[in-house]
Ligand binder design. Structure first.
Ligand SMILES: C[S@@+](CC[C@H](N)C(=O)[O-])C[C@H]1O[C@@H](n2cnc3c(N)ncnc32)[C@H](O)[C@@H]1O
Length: 297
């Protein structure tokens, strides 16, 4: 399977990052290196690009795609640990950070990763294949209430209770091991309807978010990212759904409030895209805060 991922909001991110040729940049979600390639193209040999991904396969692909660039450091890790990752590289602060949150189209298309409700695959859904928790564990071991909560909260699925009940009833007789088995359970509760999207879409999203702990650390990750920016540094975040969006916006707003009182001069950009496939529907927010002295001039 080829790792094809068309970088989302590429132009806006490059504009937002306002790349300085000798700067230090972090792509916290390097994936197929679509954004990173363009960042690498814009920095000189004195600059540095640090590409992080929790998926080892993505790191391998990114290394191959960026092999002509000498000044790229690849890290298999979690951007939630951005401060420690930078400390290990003896870097205190950076000029720009990009976070393109969520799964890549490669991960969705690759059946043996279990992210997709289309085509059969093992119930895995781990972005980082070295972690223990899998979708199979969640589906077969979480209590009914907990499953219902996750499906409701992370999938915004109004039939969450009925789906959770059906999962628990089914697993009494045999373990649920494949994506097809899970899809069939959901389809018994929610039959396919024209124009309404796949009935399993929201439940799959919810289980994936739980397996990869995508929402809980996000607020702190954004705060940490802002804290490691140099004065004048930029942070661009691409979000996909409302839960990510809320956590990111709250962190931006909270830290802007604090920043207004401090002497830092940092410009933050948030590019928010609710539906990747429909870029025109994007909400585009720019938050700028200057230091008091400068803003009085
Ligand atoms: C939407 S894709 C990024 C695609 C990339 N911008 C490109 O142009 O090819 C998201 C990537 O972020 C990775 N990822 C998601 N959460 C992460 C985290 N907390 N830490 C590190 N990588 C993460 C995923 O494994 C995936 O490869």
């Amino acid at each position: 399977m080829e790792f094809n991922h068309k970088p989302v909001l590429l132009k806006e991110c490059l504009e937002g990052l306002n790349i300085k040729s000798d700067g230090i940049y972090v792509d916290g979600t390097i994936g197929g290196a679509g954004h990173s390639k363009e960042i690498a193209n814009r920095i000189s040999k004195k600059g540095l690009l640090i590409g992080i991904d929790r998926d080892e396969e993505a790191i391998c692909v990114a290394k191959e795609r960026l092999k002509k660039f000498e000044n790229v450091e690849f890290i298999h890790g979690n951007h939630d640990n951005i401060k420690n990752i930078l400390e290990d590289l003896n870097i205190v602060s950076v000029d720009g950070i990009l976070l393109d949150l969520g799964v890549s189209s490669y991960q969705l298309d690759e059946r043996n990763r279990g992210f997709s409700y289309i085509g059969n695959g093992v119930l895995d859904m781990r972005m980082d294949q070295t972690q223990e928790l899998t979708a199979e564990y969640v589906v077969n071991n979480y209590k009914e209430d907990e499953l219902a909560r996750i499906i409701y909260e992370y999938g915004e699925e109004r039939f969450s209770r009925r789906i959770a009940r059906k999962i628990v009833e089914t697993r009494k007789y045999s373990k649920i091991e494949t994506t097809d088995e899970l899809v069939k359970i959901i389809e018994e509760i929610l039959p396919k309807r024209n124009g309404e999207g796949h009935p399993a879409k929201r439940t799959f999203q919810a289980i994936r978010i739980e397996v990869n702990n995508e929402i809980r650390p996000l607020y702190n990750t954004i705060i940490e990212s802002i804290n490691v920016l140099k004065p004048g540094g930029r942070l661009c975040v691409i979000t996909f759904h409302s839960l990510e969006d809320r956590a990111v916006k709250n962190a931006f707003v909270d830290s802007c409030r604090k920043m207004y009182l401090s002497t830092r001069y940092t410009i933050l950009y948030l590019w928010s895209c609710f539906k990747r496939k429909n870029i025109n529907k994007k909400a585009n927010i720019t938050i700028r805060r200057g230091n008091k002295a400068k803003s009085k001039k």
